[in-house]
Design a protein around this ligand. Structure first.
Ligand code: UDP
Ligand code: MG
Length: 324
């Protein structure tokens, strides 16, 4: 029995993309000989996306639809799809036709080689070069360096996961791009494969340069949590001790100068000021990280969903169905 596929597509104001995307997907998937489902998550669209996917779902029961209560963002929308997916292989992709369904067989071929995660690599990315491609290239380098999991394009939504790698993960912020990293850290075999990228024809991109900044801040959290989540004291305590040692050293140095060389630094607060400001800066960064841990704990302990479902179509019976 070939593996069942779940294609997962977050949609936010993609009314003109829904039908052509469905047609392309249908053409590719029909030829592949896999059982499949397409899960469309309407992330609180304010255009006609809702009506259009509902109409498609009416005709095709393999198209499962989740309408979220409001706009939660691409990552929570993707989560909603992952939570619902029944496939052995989960394949998230964008709903704006920038990813090409024709690449799906390529991803699956890599999984067949024995990989658990295959990440798309937009070798020739068709987005704004200054606002998106350049910052994202820099972010990718940084992520690769910090995480030690070397991919070229973490941000490409088109990926393929074996089910057990991704089921049960909790995603928030821009975290969807870090799933392969988490997976690799857990021992999963991760690889990438070149995919086609098309310019966006209908609708608008929901992101600008600020996204890269968010990604980098998320990266710091991910790395930090990986290393110190269970023992933050090793880091904070180490820092505190080092800082005490530095201040002790300067105190002794001043005492020595005063009593043996008769030279006083008391009248020059400037060097101390510089040191103080540096320490305050570093402290501020660590405080930010503590706040991130608290946030993560908050997310995980409350078991609070990162999205809220309004209604669904073609989903499990116990799911709430859309009013006719
Ligand atoms: N998206 C979403 N919720 C949002 C923003 C985006 O579901 O709040 C979806 C969007 O409809 C698209 C995918 O996420 O299918 C990628 O978004 P976009 O094309 O705007 O990102 P870009 O390609 O510019 O990185
Ligand atoms: Mg796009």
């Amino acid at each position: 029995m070939p593996d069942m596929l779940s294609i997962i597509i977050p949609l936010y104001n993609e009314q003109d993309n829904v039908e052509p995307l469905y047609a392309k997907l249908d053409a590719v998937l029909r030829d592949m000989g896999h059982v499949y489902e397409i899960i469309c998550i309407n992330d609180g669209s304010s255009d006609d996306t809702r009506e259009r996917i509902d109409a498609l779902a009416e005709r095709d029961k393999r198209l499962r639809v989740v309408h979220l209560r409001r706009n939660f963002g691409q990552t929570p929308a993707m989560m909603a799809g992952i939570d619902l997916a029944r496939g052995d292989i989960l394949i998230p992709m964008d709903g704006d036709l920038q990813n090409d369904p024709a690449d799906i067989p390529k991803l699956l071929a890599k999984l067949d080689e024995g990989f658990d995660v295959v990440s798309g690599w937009r070798k020739d990315r068709k987005d704004n070069p200054i606002k998106r491609n350049l910052p994202s290239r820099m972010a990718n380098r940084l992520i690769s360096f910090i995480s030690g999991v070397h991919l070229h394009d973490y941000g490409c939504s088109l990926k393929a996961y074996r089910r057990d790698i991704i089921k049960g993960v909790k995603l928030y912020g821009e975290m969807h791009r870090f799933i392969p990293i988490h997976a690799a850290w857990q021992g999963a075999r991760v690889t990438e494969v070149g995919v086609t990228h098309h310019p966006r024809i209908h609708g608008e991109s929901k992101y600008g340069m600020e996204r890269t900044i968010k990604v980098i801040l998320d990266l710091m959290t991910v790395k930090f949590l990986d290393k110190y989540a269970s023992k933050p004291m090793y880091l904070f305590g180490g820092f505190g001790l080092a800082s005490l040692a530095v201040s002790g050293f300067f105190f002794l140095f001043m005492l020595y100068c005063k009593f043996f060389l008769d030279k006083s630094f008391i009248a020059t607060p400037l060097p101390l000021g510089v040191v103080m400001f540096m320490l305050i800066g570093i402290m501020a960064i660590f405080m930010g990280l503590i706040a991130e841990i608290l946030m993560r704990t908050y997310h995980e302990s409350q078991d609070k969903p990162t999205y809220i479902v309004d209604c669904t179509r073609n989903c499990k019976e116990e799911d709430r169905s859309c009013a006719e």
